[in-house]
Design a protein around this ligand. Structure first.
Ligand code: HEC
Ligand code: HEC
Length: 239
């Protein structure tokens, strides 16, 4: 099974170096960002010798692999993101700070997210100052705006047809177990429908890095994603 995934991952891997070398539109006003960062300081420190608190320190966060601070106890989901090779850049940070669960479903960061794009871009500009050698660091994909995981109210309002979802789910269940048992492939049963929809769109928009799931999600329409969300939200865990 492992080698199957490895081969598939290789076959599907997208050119990774597609980064703009400008600062992109995702970095705002660092001074204002220092203020916005007060929403984070209850859990995160940044600056010389910043320690870990409830959250990991945020020095050198640009270009840092997700979940990579030694000795910090990350959630299982963050450890999986580390295994998938998720790297923090302006784009992935923007998505995570906007809605942590869009990027990392089971994240322990209990933070509602910053919905105002200006707030996010300012706080990113602030954090950017604590990453050395900026010239080597990817800032954001050129198409950053298309990658946003903010879903329009119309997408979120689609009422999923659970019966159609059951039909579509057959393919998913070749990997994801009904019982939700968790051997490298995460459980997708009994989720909140909205979290499920947001996660699938994050693969579809390639903000989440997993190539197999990106391919799966890219083939699904908004209605199909809603149908799957409705089905998996109600599925019995019958082993
Ligand atoms: C209530 C506490 C809390 C608040 C508030 C909070 N975070 Fe976090 N943050 C965490 C925790 C806990 C983690 C580790 C998450 C995990 O393991 O799933 C984390 C992880 C992160 C990571 C990933 C770090 C890594 O090593 O991969 C970033 C980046 C981050 N937070 C940024 C922010 C920013 C920016 C803010 C403010 C806008 C913020 N956080 C607010 C608790 C918090
Ligand atoms: C070839 C095996 C395979 C198939 C088929 C598959 N998945 Fe996945 N899925 C995975 C793996 C592996 C992960 C973990 C990816 C990651 O780390 O981001 C995953 C992750 C997910 C997640 C995010 C879980 C989390 O905890 O963040 C969702 C939601 C999901 N899959 C839904 C689906 C749906 C819906 C289908 C069917 C349309 C499907 N998957 C088909 C292997 C598969």
């Amino acid at each position: 099974m492992r080698s199957f995934f490895a081969a598939l991952a290789l076959a599907l891997a997208l050119p990774a170096g597609a980064f703009a070398d400008s600062d992109g539109e995702l970095l705002g006003d660092a001074e204002r960002g220092a203020d916005v960062f007060r929403k984070c300081t209850g859990c995160h420190k940044v600056g010389p010798d910043a320690p870990n608190r409830a959250g990991p320190h945020l020095n050198e966060i640009f270009g840092r692999k997700a979940g990579s601070i030694e000795g910090f106890k990350y959630s299982k989901s963050m450890q999986r993101a580390f295994g998938d090779g998720l790297v923090w850049d302006a784009e992935t940070l923007d998505a995570y700070i906007e809605n942590p669960r869009a990027l990392i479903s089971g994240t322990r960061m209990s933070f509602r997210g910053l919905k105002d794009p200006q707030d996010r871009h300012d706080v990113l500009a602030y954090l950017r100052q604590f990453t050395a050698s900026p010239q080597n660091i990817p800032e954001a994909a050129p198409t950053a705006n298309a990658h946003e995981v903010v879903l329009s109210p119309e997408i979120l309002a689609i009422v999923g047809d659970a019966e159609y979802g059951e039909y579509l789910a057959a393919e998913c269940l070749t990997c994801h177990k009904r019982s939700g048992s968790d051997d490298g492939i995460p459980s997708i049963v009994n989720w909140y429908e909205e979290d499920f929809v947001v996660a699938m769109h994050a693969y579809k928009r390639k903000v989440r890095p997993h190539p197999v799931m990106q391919m799966m999600a890219s083939r699904l329409s908004d209605e199909e994603i809603a149908a799957l969300a409705a089905y998996f939200a109600k599925i019995e865990q019958d082993g």
